[in-house]
Design a protein around this ligand. Structure first.
Ligand code: BV8
Length: 245
C-alpha cells in the first residue's frame, strides 16, 4: 500500500502517545475466521451472539465447550501475521503505546507486543463456571465435555467475556485512559458493533485524537474516522512502519 496520507505519517512522527483497538480482522490473515465470516461445521446454524453467552452454556454446555475447544485448537496452530508483527514493531517507536484487543487468540503477545489489554479474555485460559477459579495445569481428559475443575468440581468454561458479562475492569479502565490521552488512535479489523469496546475509538476522537480506521470495507465508525484506510491490516500496517523508518 503506497498511498498513505502524508498528513497521517506527519501526525505519527509528532505523536507521543499512540493507542490501538484490534478486532478479529487482524487475525483473518492468520487464517482465524472472523465473527462476520459464516460460522462453519457443527455451529453453522448459530451466530456467535447466540453461542458466546452464559445462557447458551447453561442450556448446552457440551456444544459451547466443543465450539471453544475447536477454536482453541485453531488459535494454538495459528501464527502471527505481518499485521501483528508491525504493531509489535510500532510499540518501540512511541513514548507510550497501548494495544487493546477484542481478540481472544493471544496472537499479539506471540508477535512480541508487550503492553496488551485483552478486553474479552483469552481462549487459552479456562476457569470454573461456578467460582471463576482459573485452571492451573492442563485441561483434564473427560468422557463427556465440559471437563470439571479438579479443585472446585465445577464445570470448566473458557475464560472469555460472553455477551451480557462484564469486561475486566482494569483492562477497560487502562484502555479508556489510553484512548482519551492518545495523539493517534487506530481501530483495526473490527466491525465496530460490540460495546463497550466499540466506544473506545469514538472517545478517542472526541478527546482530539487523529483516528485511523484500517478495514477492507466501511463500518459504522468510518464516518467518524480522520483517516479510513481501505485495506488489509497485514499490508497497511507494514507500510506504515516502513513510512516511519
Ligand atoms: C457488556 C469474546 C454489561 C468471546 C466477544 C445494544 C446496544 C449496545 C450494546 C448492547 C446492546 N445490547 C446488548 C449490548 C451489549 C453487548 C453488545 O455490544 N452487543 C452487540 C451485539 C450489540 N455487549 C456486551 O454484552 C458486553 N458486555 O456490555 O456487559 C455489563 C456490565 C456490568 C455487569 C454485567 C454486564 C460483552 C461483549 C463481549 C462479547 N464477547 N468475544 C468469543 O470470542 O467467543 S464479542 C466478539 O465479537 C469480539 O470479541 C468482538 O468484540 C465482537 C465483534 O467482532 P470483531 O472483532 O469486530 O470481528 P468481526 O468479525 O465482527 O469483524 C471483523 C472485521 O474485520 C470486519 O469489519 C472485516 O471487514 C474486517 N476484516 C476482515 N479481514 C480483514 C479485516 N480488517 C483488516 N484486515 C483484514 N485482513
Amino acid at each position: 500500500m503506497n498511498d498513505l496520507p502524508k498528513e497521517l505519517i506527519e501526525a505519527l512522527r509528532k505523536a507521543k502517545k499512540v493507542a490501538v483497538l484490534t478486532g478479529a480482522g487482524i487475525s483473518a490473515e492468520s487464517k482465524i475466521p472472523t465473527f462476520r465470516d459464516a460460522m462453519t461445521g457443527l455451529w453453522a446454524s448459530f451466530s456467535p451472539e447466540e453461542l458466546a453467552t452464559p445462557e447458551a452454556f447453561a442450556r448446552n454446555p457440551k456444544m459451547v465447550w466443543d465450539w471453544y475447544a475447536f477454536r482453541r485448537e485453531m488459535c494454538a496452530k495459528a501464527l502471527p501475521n505481518p499485521g501483528h508483527l508491525a504493531l509489535a514493531e510500532m510499540e518501540k517507536h512511541f513514548e507510550q503505546f497501548t494495544l487493546t484487543t477484542q481478540n481472544v487468540d493471544g496472537l499479539h503477545q506471540r508477535a512480541g507486543s508487550r503492553r496488551v489489554f485483552e478486553l474479552h479474555g483469552s481462549i487459552a485460559r479456562v476457569k470454573c463456571a461456578d467460582t471463576g477459579r482459573l485452571l492451573g495445569g492442563e485441561i483434564p481428559e473427560c468422557d463427556e465435555p465440559p471437563p470439571l475443575h479438579p479443585e472446585t468440581g465445577g464445570m470448566l468454561r473458557p475464560d472469555v467475556v460472553w455477551f451480557g458479562e462484564a469486561l475486566p475492569e482494569q483492562a477497560l479502565l487502562e484502555s479508556a485512559q489510553a484512548a482519551i490521552e492518545a495523539d493517534v488512535y487506530f481501530t483495526i479489523g473490527t466491525s465496530a458493533l460490540v460495546y463497550p469496546a466499540a466506544g473506545l475509538p469514538i472517545e478517542a476522537g472526541r478527546a482530539g485524537a487523529v483516528v485511523v480506521e484500517i478495514n477492507p470495507i466501511e463500518t459504522p465508525f468510518t464516518q467518524l474516522a480522520t483517516f479510513s484506510l481501505r485495506g488489509k491490516s497485514g499490508e497497511v500496517l507494514p507500510a506504515i512502519v516502513e513510512a516511519l523508518r
